[in-house]
Design a protein around this ligand. Structure first.
Ligand code: G3I
Length: 457
């Protein structure tokens, strides 16, 4: 037992000797590796920088870490414990205007020092040429959906005016916002405060105004829903409503969604959505509403507006059956495809072929409510670079399809809200998403740049 203990002690001593070197006076001392001292980054560009450090005596090899986190919890690909047999290394393929951190260790014969000091470096900010969506899109309006509450806000206001030359009321011109009830004489009670605010703002800022929407099954005031007069009285109320609204804004509102979403989803070729208007006014209610709007303003452009039109072929068929009738009656000017889409669907080719269904008929095209979901399966808790890139590609595809439309059929491409956290998508679907062109800090996203790139290719 005693013999074994002596053997262990001797072994420990020999190991100790192996990690020592002889000093000039012949005494064995422990040779610890000194930590290198990292220098400030040099040659910083948009997407690269040069990391360097002071030499450690007797050391020819270093180990370098580069991270976007000061805690080095993750590493830039290819830069975790990377061998560098030099005193510097150029780190490239980085993102602009982004902070990175690096540190280095000395290495000798299987032994490694502790970390050097950590250096923080921020890549240069891309100085993109100052531009605005409305200036890039020379042959069509770039629209934005707006709520009156935001137009007094300086930040919103600045971006609305800089980027957009067309406006759609996200909610303020829907029937529930304008029509407050029916009085005891059967007269309609109006509140024009919200809709006037939008129209006044647009006029003051020289913007095109797209009215949205005269007739929509999801915006029916209770008094109308519960109206117990005859069908003919109901029809007359609708005629009065459309006449009053269109007349009030005659010469100011440039176009109207007269009827919104009148065709059922997954419809066969003649399936109307079951709505109060269908029930009370019959299948030609759409035609009647267009006619009332046309009677009130001969010059305003009249649109039919719907969603899923770029890929649901049964719905396309059903919608165009209705539209072809409206064309025969000469009461329609254009079709709105809402464009609530995902970053991976629908494909560009189907957006393109669906758009041709409009231009082929000689009608104006409005991509009327663009937003691009990136988290429809609720798989992400934050917006990653990959998601941003996919979204950019989809926006670019949509804008490029729009831009390729012959000028005679172009009207407007409208974005359904300014910044991500304003979007209806989040309350509607109950999970996080980032569907718009500006982030929550009002900064332009990759999707914004995709819009611009589509117009410059
Ligand atoms: O005005 C009330 C407010 O007083 C209340 O405090 C708040 C509490 O939730 O609700 C407010 O109303 C909401 C309104 O948006 C304004 O924020 C409604 O509940 C909400 O239903 C409404 O949602 C709108 C939705 O249409 C229904 O009108 C969305 O903002 C709007 O983006 C969405 O837009 C539609 C298009 O018109 C047609 N195409 C589909 C698109 C998305 O659904």
């Amino acid at each position: 037992m005693k013999k074994k203990s002596i053997y262990i002690v001797i072994n420990i001593f020999l190991t100790f000797l192996a990690s020592c070197s002889t000093s000039s006076n012949g005494i064995q001392i422990l040779k610890e590796l000194s930590n290198p001292v990292a220098n400030d980054a040099m040659a910083v560009t948009l997407n690269s920088f040069n990391a360097s450090w002071q030499p450690v005596e007797g050391i020819n090899e270093y180990r370098l870490d580069v991270s976007s986190a000061s805690s080095f919890s993750t590493f830039i690909e290819g830069y975790e414990n990377t061998i560098v047999k030099d005193l510097q290394k150029t780190i490239s393929n980085l993102k602009s205007n982004t902070s990175y951190y690096y540190r280095v260790r000395a290495y000798l014969d299987g032994r490694i020092s502790s970390n050097s000091n950590t250096i923080k470096v921020t890549t240069d900010t891309e100085s993109l040429p100052e531009t605005a969506l409305k200036l890039e899109a020379t042959n069509f309006f770039v629209g934005i959906a707006v709520n009156p509450i935001r137009i007094g806000n300086t930040k919103y206001n600045e971006i609305y005016q800089r980027e957009f030359n067309s406006i759609t009321a996200e909610n303020a011109m829907k029937m529930r916002s304008i029509l407050k009830g029916i009085d005891s004489n059967g007269s309609l009670i109006y509140d024009w405060s919200q809709s006037d605010a939008i129209v006044d703002y647009a006029e003051a800022n020289d913007m095109n105004i797209h009215g949205h929407a005269l007739i929509w099954h999801r915006s029916i005031p209770d008094d109308l829903q519960n109206f117990n007069g005859t069908d003919e009285e109901f029809r007359a109320l609708i005629e009065t409503y459309i006449t009053d609204v269109v007349s009030r804004y005659k010469g100011k509102v440039d176009s109207w969604d007269v009827v919104n979403e009148a065709i059922a989803d997954n419809s066969t070729s003649t399936t109307f959505r079951q709505t109060l208007f269908l029930e009370r006014m019959g299948e030609d209610y759409i035609k009647k509403c267009f006619q009332y709007a046309r009677n009130a303003d001969a010059d305003v452009k009249l649109f039919y507006n719907d969603y899923n039109m770029t890929f649901d072929q049964d719905k396309q068929q059903a919608v165009f059956n209705v539209i072809d009738d409206l064309i025969l009656d000469n009461v329609i000017d254009g079709v709105g495809y809402q464009m609530h889409i995902n970053s991976d669907f629908p494909p560009k080719s189907s957006i393109q072929s669906a758009t041709e269904l409009i231009t082929q008929r000689g009608l104006l095209v409005h991509f009327s409510e663009l937003d691009v979901r990136t988290n429809q399966n609720n798989s992400f808790s934050q917006f990653t670079d990959t998601m941003a890139l996919r979204q950019k590609i989809k926006v670019k595809e949509v804008v490029s399809v729009y831009n390729d439309i012959p000028n005679a059929y172009k009207y407007a491409l409208t974005i359904w809200g300014l910044k991500d956290d304003d979007s209806w998508i989040i309350p509607e679907y109950g999970n996080m998403d980032w569907p718009l062109l500006f982030d929550n800090q009002f900064m332009k996203k990759e999707a914004y740049h995709g819009f611009v790139e589509a117009l410059n290719n």
